[in-house]
Structures are given as C-alpha cells and as structure tokens.
Design a protein around this ligand. Structure first.
Ligand SMILES: [Zn+2]
Length: 530
C-alpha cells in the first residue's frame, strides 16, 4: 500500500504575486479548470477581500473535483472573530476550504503584528474554530516558519500546535523568505513531526536559492504529506516551488513513485508539457526552453557522439522518456554535429533516406553554408524540416509571393496625436490566380504578417488557426556588416508549435523568410495539395 501525497496549487494566489502577472476573472476560471483537470487536490483560487477579482471569483459556486480553497488572514489582534470584517468576508467565500496565513516567528508577531505572543496564539485558535464552525476544511500557512523555528523553536511549534489542536486539517510550514537549505528543511520538518503527525503537515517553499523544489522533496522525506506550489514556479521574486517539476519527479523517480500515490494520473502527466506552455501563453511570455522535463531543450542533444549513441538507445543520454511528459527528443543539427545527427533528425520527421544517399551529404553541406551565414537550424526545427524536404524533393510549390511592399509612416492623426502606422501589401499567385492583400499593423513585421495570411485562396482554411506566438530578433556580427536573424514561433489550432528562421541584412526580409517557412510548414503538415 502506497501512502497518499497531496498537491496544493497556489498559482492563482501566490503565483499571481509575480511581476507582470495579472489574471482576469476569466483567466482564473480557465486556470482553475486546468489545475482541476490535471488532478491536483487543492486549488487556491485567491484572497477574497484583497481585490475585486478575487472577491468575485469566490462569489459563486465553482464545482470541481479539487478542493477549492480561499486564502485569508487570521483574525486581527484585539478583535473577536465575528467582529473582523476580513475574516467574516473570508467565511462567506464560496470555497470548501480556507487557508489562513498566521505568524509563527515571535519577531514578526512583535514588530509586524505589534501584539503579544499569547494574543497571536488566540487569533490562530479563534480563526480555525470559526472556519470549522462554518463547515470548512481548514489549512494554516505558518508564515516564516523556518526562520521562526531558528529564532524561537518553542514558540513556532506552539503556533503550529495551536492550529492542529483546534482541528486544522493541514499545518503548512512556509519558507516565506525562501532562504532555507534542503538539509535544514529536512531536519526541522522531522522535528515538527514529533509534535504534529506528518500526514497533517504541508510544505510551502519559495525559490530564492533555487531550491524550492529540493526543499519540498526534503520535507516529504522528513514526513510532510502535502506540497504547495505553482505552475511553472511562478510567484513573487524568484517564484514558488514548481509543481511542473515536482509532479514528474513524484511520478517517475522511484524514491517517491515507489512510496507515494498522487492525484495526477499517467495520462495527465502526458499532457504536462502542453499545460505548462499553455500557462505561459496566457501570461504572454515565451516558455523557458531549458525548463526541466517540459522545456523544448530538455531532451535536446547536440554533440555528434551523443547523437549516435541516442540513435542506438535513447536511454544512454536521457534520465526519463520525454514522451511520458508529452515532450519530445530532439537532435541538434549544427555545424558541430555530423551526419549521424542529420540522419537521426530525418528519421524523426519520417523521411526515410539511405545513409549513403549523396543527398544527405549535400544537405549537410547546405546546412553548414547557411549556418556560416547566420542561420541556426538547431533553434528552428520547422525550417530544418522544410530545407531537408526541399532537398529531397517533397515540398510542393503551393504559392508564389510575386511582390510585397511595406510602408511605415509617422504623422499626426485626426486628434493631432503623433502616430506611427505600418501598412503592407502582398501580391501572391495561387493556382495561376493573382491575389492582392493589404494589412495594417502596429509595426512593419506585424503588418506584413497580417497581409500575408489574409488571403491565400484555397489554402486559407489550413492557416486560419495559425498564430505567431513568439518573435525573436538577434543582430549578428555587429557594425555595418551586421545581419539580422529572426526566429518565429508559431502555433496552430491543435496547440502544436514550431520554430522557423530567416537571416538577412534587412529585418523585414529576415522576418518574411521565417513567416513563409512557417506557413509552408503548416501546409505540409496539414497535407495540403498544391
Ligand atoms: Zn508564499
């Protein structure tokens, strides 16, 4: 029999504290549904009373399998529970559980709360009692627990015990400043389990020494049975413990997988890469290519000897199988790699070629020549695939762009305000028919993108769901000889993503090359007939 380990997500509360993160009510509902579907046990939806969005989020019932949790403060010192508007509002929130944050560091009680140690204990007891009386499951986040423990062990333990004795389901030990080391967490949690049983203890770690994941696992090793964290580790400062790293570790590493069950199934684990990227997309930020397990580079190998070994058996250079978390293996095609990389990539994209086929050597030469000009195919999987398919003669001539024209104009608008407007006109030939489209954009590249994808005749249906999700520019060489490298990441209606590249001394031209590759790649992928 395995022990149950519980996962508590606070993306919508602590995660929302991150710079630049601003969830709307609709976003919150979408993220809560994603978390519930993933199989997390608790979804902390926010802090009702702290802002209108969070208050509104808890104003209606939101049925889900997970325990929807509202966050708030314990009653203020010197007031009764029924006379504290914050607490009364929290008790009104439509949530199955309430997570109180409580002070447990004596220094904070005196300096920040300006009250006595005894009054703080009474506030914890009263708040837990009030929430229990309303039929709620209760969690108590012990703020600054590890620092408090080091400063005054007895008092920190008294606070935790007050919550537990009053009936809190979970006492959560928080490394609020994020500075505690894994071996300290393990030792302190082990000591706390002598006062409170481990299956009532949780860990809430921040990432200020990049050890939030390690600290969470250390707490579990010492007996804690609930982990709090966020998707992609988002959160204030350096972030919270990253559930997207913790979940695969718990599912795939024997020390944990052999001892514990979690609510996330193998099937849901297979969707983790997509889910992680979906959140980044909602936050309008590029995904971390080097993120463990789910990053685009997490299973990418460059060196030639590694690549030839991976071809023989992937396990030689991989700690887990990428497809288990919905990620994929990638072998870099670069001037450092040899023929074995190219053959492996061709194999992956389903192009069967004999290794002695002269076209393979020609492809390798072409790639080396282009990389000398500034192309970087290792970062542009789709452009590589197109180049390979073209050299092997399998890309149809879908359409021709005969001409394009991009115009940037700065002038006063009707309100007398200075504005810069970009307009692009594109002339394409599809099936012998000339199509002319114009597009307006906030910049020349955007205008060109709009015009190019406005009307591609019979191919339009294939590219309607195409979206440009990331656009990166690098200037190479510097000085007057500079060339521009543009990388474009695109996504289609199925959530599939690919990257294309363009290189030119002219940024518009480089962008155009990358956009064209992206469209043609999508047409090839969709099986469009020329
Ligand atoms: Zn926190």
């Amino acid at each position: 029999m395995k022990e149950r380990l519980y996962l508590f997500d606070t993306t919508l509360r602590d995660g929302a504290q991150m710079n630049g993160v601003d969830f709307t009510l609709q976003d919150k509902a979408v993220v809560a549904a994603m978390l519930d579907d993933l199989g997390l046990d608790y979804v902390e939806g926010g802090y009702p009373g702290a802002n209108p969005t969070d208050t509104e989020f808890f104003a209606q019932e939101r049925p889900m399998k997970a325990t929807l949790t509202a966050f708030g403060m314990t009653r203020r010192p010197g007031r009764s529970a029924s006379n504290d508007p914050g607490l009364v509002g929290l008790l009104d929130a439509k949530a199955k559980a309430i997570c109180f944050v409580a002070k447990t560091w004596d220094y904070h009680v005196r300096v920040a709360l300006e009250t006595s140690l005894e009054e703080n204990l009474a506030s914890i007891r009263d708040s837990v009692r009030a929430a229990k009386a309303k039929g709620r499951e209760v969690l108590v986040d012990c703020e600054h627990f590890f620092d408090g423990y080091k400063a005054n062990r007895d008092y920190a333990l008294q606070c935790a015990k007050a919550a537990y004795d009053e009936g809190a389901r979970w006492v959560v030990l928080c490394d609020t400043n994020g500075g505690t080391m894994p071996h300290e967490v393990e030792a302190i949690v082990a000591d706390v389990t002598k006062t409170i049983p481990g299956d009532h203890l949780g860990i809430h770690a921040h990432n200020d020494t990049e050890q939030a994941v390690a600290n969470s696992l250390a707490a579990v090793r010492a007996g804690a049975r609930q982990i709090q964290g966020t998707l992609n580790g988002i959160g204030e400062r350096c972030g919270n413990a990253n559930l997207v790293s913790i979940i695969p570790t718990l599912k795939l590493k024997n020390e944990f997988a052999g001892r514990f069950d979690i609510g996330v199934s193998e099937g849901k684990l297979g969707g983790l890469t997509k889910l992680s990227r979906k959140l980044d997309e909602m936050l309008n930020r590029a995904s971390d290519r080097h993120a463990p397990y789910v990053g685009a580079s997490a299973f990418t190998t460059k060196a030639g000897i590694h690549a030839s070994a991976i071809l023989k058996d992937p396990a030689t250079y991989e700690h887990v199988k990428p497809d288990v978390i919905g990620n994929r293996r990638q072998l870099l095609v670069s001037d450092q790699g040899g023929k074995s990389n190219i053959l492996a990539e061709l194999d992956r994209i389903g192009l069967k070629v004999d290794k002695n086929d002269p076209r393979v050597a020609r492809l390798l030469d072409e790639i080396k020549e282009r990389e000398a000009q500034g192309f970087a195919y290792e970062a542009a999987d789709a452009s590589f695939e197109l180049l390979a398919r073209r050299m092997l003669g399998t890309v149809p001539d879908f359409f021709d762009v005969v001409q394009f024209d991009v115009n940037v104009e700065q002038r006063n608008n009707a309100l007398g305000k200075r504005v810069t407007v970009s307009l692009a006109v594109v002339k394409v030939i599809v099936d012998g028919k000339e199509l002319i489209s114009a597009g307006e954009g906030n910049g020349p590249v955007n205008a060109l993108d709009v015009a190019l994808r406005k009307d591609l005749g019979k191919y339009q249906k294939y590219i309607d769901g195409l979206e440009l999700v990331d656009y990166r520019v690098r200037i190479l060489n510097g000085g007057s000889e500079a060339v521009t490298r543009v990388l474009i990441e695109s996504e289609d209606e199925h959530g599939d993503r690919w990257t294309t590249i363009g290189v030119s001394p002219n940024i518009i031209d480089a962008s155009f090359q990358a956009m064209m590759d992206s469209i043609v790649y999508k047409l090839v992928k969709a099986g469009a007939i020329a």
